[in-house]
Write a protein that binds this ligand. Structure first.
Ligand SMILES: *[C@@H]1O[C@H](CO)[C@@H](O)[C@H](O)[C@H]1NC(C)=O
Ligand SMILES: *[C@@H]1O[C@H](CO)[C@@H](O)[C@H](O)[C@H]1NC(C)=O
Ligand SMILES: *[C@@H]1O[C@H](CO)[C@@H](O)[C@H](O)[C@H]1NC(C)=O
Ligand SMILES: *[C@@H]1O[C@H](CO)[C@@H](O)[C@H](O)[C@H]1NC(C)=O
Length: 301
């Protein structure tokens, strides 16, 4: 937004000449009285903020806001300043209150309000400092555990996006676990200047299950459980499931087989009894199998 207005300022030589003349007039021909301390304003990226110039209820020759040498918006008795005004600003009818919308990081910084009463007393200046912040996203934890040589450990990464100003990831300290921060980074987007903050920590799981949480600025992540014996590495987990399923399958087949053999055995035994009674040994040999080998042997001898 600001850059757009700045571009316009430089691209329009006639207007910028007039503005420079205006600024020159103020700085060279008047003794500028400065207001007490700077006014501190706070705003959020994407939000809006209201600037107020501390003027008395008197007729004004001019009252306007500027940033460095660049006109932002305001009123000048004998000049039309509308074309120079930043597009994201609006001045109220009272002329001393300015609203700035669609704030982005480039709007962060120092502004001044210049004013002079119509009675030709000296020009006055008030410094206004605008600080911008952007809430970091809720930090997200990603956990990668491994079980190398039966030494169970977890790498946990905490990441939060699009905040301002730059803030480091803070880890809550798990009481029982040995751990250390491996790396941290705060990467600023060159265009928007918004910051991504992240950190990776190593946890030695030799003391068992624990919980971790991280925070960036005022925003905390959820509490996440790590090093849990019930949450072994995924490969191990899958193998266990496969083993259980296979065991169940084999058991069912075995039970069915046993049941089938038992049924068949009963039928076979009944047949043998019947055939022995009737003295039909050949039929018995055909029907009864393994089960009746003894009988067959006796018969043959
Ligand atoms: C940013 O955080 C502050 C403090 O928690 C909260 O008051 C504000 O509403 C948040 N802003 C946005 C845009 O979510
Ligand atoms: C931090 O360390 C982890 C583990 O060594 C690695 O995967 C990650 O890429 C590192 N991150 C940065 C920003 O260096
Ligand atoms: C910040 O994080 C977002 C989301 O992961 C990503 O799209 C973006 O490229 C990151 N920006 C920088 C400057 O690393
Ligand atoms: C974890 O800590 C124990 C001692 O508490 C140590 O014996 C073991 O080597 C450590 N494991 C790793 C992977 O550093």
């Amino acid at each position: 937004m600001a850059s757009h207005c700045n571009t316009q300022y430089f691209l329009n030589p006639r207007l910028s000449f007039r503005l420079l003349a205006l600024v020159g007039t103020l700085t060279w021909h008047f003794l500028v009285t400065e207001g007490a301390g700077p006014i501190e304003l706070r705003g959020e990226v994407g939000g809006s903020v209201t600037f107020s110039c501390p003027v008395a209820k008197q007729k004004l020759k001019f009252v306007y806001f500027q940033r460095g040498e660049i006109f932002v918006n305001g009123y000048y008795e004998s000049k039309n300043t509308t074309q120079l005004a930043w597009k994201n600003t609006r001045v109220d009818d009272d002329k001393t209150t300015m609203h700035m919308y669609h704030l982005n990081i480039s709007h962060h910084g120092e502004y001044q309000c210049h004013f002079q009463y119509s009675d030709n007393s000296g020009a006055q200046k008030q410094v206004i400092h605008l600080s911008l912040t952007a809430n970091y996203s809720k930090p997200a934890l990603s956990v990668h555990c491994s079980d190398d040589n039966h030494r169970y450990s977890c790498l946990v990464t905490c990441a939060s996006h699009y905040g301002y100003p730059s803030k480091k990831v803070k880890w809550n300290e798990p009481a029982i676990q040995m751990w250390k921060v491996l790396n941290s980074s705060e990467i600023s987007d060159p265009k928007t200047m918004m910051v991504n903050s992240s950190s990776t920590a190593y946890f030695n799981c030799s003391n068992g299950k624990t919980s971790v949480r991280c925070s960036v600025g005022d925003v905390s992540s959820d509490m996440v459980s790590i090093c849990s014996p019930r949450d072994p590495p995924p490969v191990f987990h899958n193998l266990v499931i496969i083993a259980i399923l296979a065991t169940m399958g084999i058991s069912i087949i075995l039970i069915l087989l046993l049941y089938w053999r038992c049924k068949k055995g009963q039928r076979g035994a009944a047949a043998v009894d019947f055939m022995l009674i009737h003295g039909d040994v050949r039929k018995c040999e055909e029907e009864a199998t393994v089960h009746n080998e003894k009988n067959e042997a006796t018969e043959a001898s």
